[in-house]
Design a protein around this ligand. Structure first.
Ligand code: NAD
Ligand code: UFG
Length: 338
């Protein structure tokens, strides 16, 4: 398939471009490099031995993006482009509403403007954050969404899912899938591509690897008084290559309409368990201190993965140890990122 990958130079996008090339698909990347480096795609080319078509375009620039779309034809679109920093979205909500919702609306307008009778299916990067304060565990796709979302970033994902639902309802030929990622971590096993956060990482795994490498002094464990086995928060950490392969599997879904599908492992892991798994691959203790809970955090979140198995024929195949080993290889071989 010829597949447009918006945001394809970013963390999950670049790993997915690699997975697409491995399955003989033809990815075409559109990215404005606002949170990424073209070096990620250079390295994917180097790993796979295949060239990648790249266009530096902002999806919110409708003039530029729509003229690009008029000249192109795609079987499917993987829509990763968007901002993702939860804290920044609280400080600067309009930046997030404008970019995350604006890029999605721009993309759908471009598809609607096409005269093709079979529009490309859209696979959207959603998030477990849409479940907000839902306490049903494991979280299934029918669990309540929207209530208790604690930040503008999370609302952009919720609203984009709504926009896709309404667009499909208005045009039955249209097919859209929202993949709700749980917590993607890790890197490609080559150690050549990985997560390259700007500044101090918000997320647990890149924070731990930067402490392990000496770039940061110690991990703050946000609360050890949750009602969990060791008192720390539980999440469903999924290897980024499993997430990437989940997207390739989603290309094969033929059911029309809108589908929301969890991409997780179904396994919950505490902060201390992830820390211990990293210590095993790093080979030394990783300094930490327990600090108060982070506002907005929930105690526990992990996926019911049965719908992904049924609709995509996909389930995760890599465990936490592999994710930690691959993340550490990336961090130690690329201490300054790209
Ligand atoms: P990332 O920041 O590494 O990648 C996003 C890419 O989109 C970047 O390359 C950025 O330059 C590009 N981009 C942003 N706005 C753009 C625009 N207007 N036009 C063109 N390009 C634009 O993030 P990621 O971790 O790879 O996440 C990819 C998607 O998955 C995002 O939508 C994110 O919200 C979602 N998601 C990520 C996680 C996670 O933990 N990483 C979890 C759930 C959902
Ligand atoms: N944590 C720490 N110390 C840190 C960072 C995190 O103890 O320095 C803890 C958190 O309290 C939580 C767990 O580690 O218990 C995971 O935190 P992350 O920030 O890595 O991930 P979240 O589950 O909070 O959120 C992430 C993304 C969201 C996304 C969500 C679900 O940041 O954008 O996963 O996909 F919506």
């Amino acid at each position: 398939m010829r597949v447009l990958v918006t945001g394809g130079a970013g963390y999950i996008g670049s790993h997915t471009v690699l997975a697409l090339l491995e399955q003989e698909h033809i990815p075409v990347v559109v990215d404005n490099l606002s949170n990424s480096s073209i070096e990620s795609l250079n390295r994917v080319s180097e790993i796979t031995g295949k060239p990648i078509e790249f266009h530096n375009i902002d999806l919110c620039d409708e003039h530029a993006f729509h003229s690009f779309m008029r000249e192109q034809s795609f079987d499917a679109i993987l829509h990763f482009a968007g901002f993702k920093a939860v804290g920044e979205s609280v400080a600067n909500p309009l930046k997030y509403y404008k970019n995350n919702i604006g890029s999605t609306v721009s993309l759908l307008k471009a598809i609607n403007a096409s005269t093709s009778t079979s529009p490309p299916k859209v696979i959207f990067s959603s998030s477990a954050t849409v479940y907000g304060s839902s306490t049903e565990l494991p979280l299934t796709e029918t669990s309540k969404t929207g209530d208790g979302i604690t930040n503008p970033y999370g609302y952009t994902k919720f609203v984009c899912e709504r926009i896709l639902t309404d667009t499909v309802a208005a045009n039955p030929a249209f097919q859209a899938i929202a993949l709700r990622y749980f917590n993607p971590i890790g890197a490609h096993e080559s150690g050549r591509i990985g997560e390259d956060p700007a500044g101090i990482p918000d997320n647990l795994a890149p924070f731990i690897t930067q402490v392990a490498s000496g770039k940061l002094s110690e991990l703050s464990v946000f609360g050890d008084d949750y009602d969990t086995a060791d008192g720390t928060g539980i999440r469903d950490y999924i290897h980024v290559m499993d997430v990437a392969e989940g997207h390739v599997a989603a290309l094969g879904v033929s059911e029309p309409g809108f589908h929301a599908i969890n991409l997780g492992t179904g396994q919950g892991t505490t902060v201390f368990e992830l820390l211990t798994a990293f210590e095993a691959v790093v080979g030394s203790p990783i300094p930490y201190a327990v600090t108060p809970r982070r506002p907005g955090d929930i105690a526990e979140c992990y996926a019911d993965t049965s719908l992904a198995k049924k609709l995509l024929g996909w389930s995760s195949t890599r465990d936490i140890s592999k994710a930690c080993a691959d993340a550490w290889r990336w961090q130690s071989q690329n201490p300054q990122g790209y």
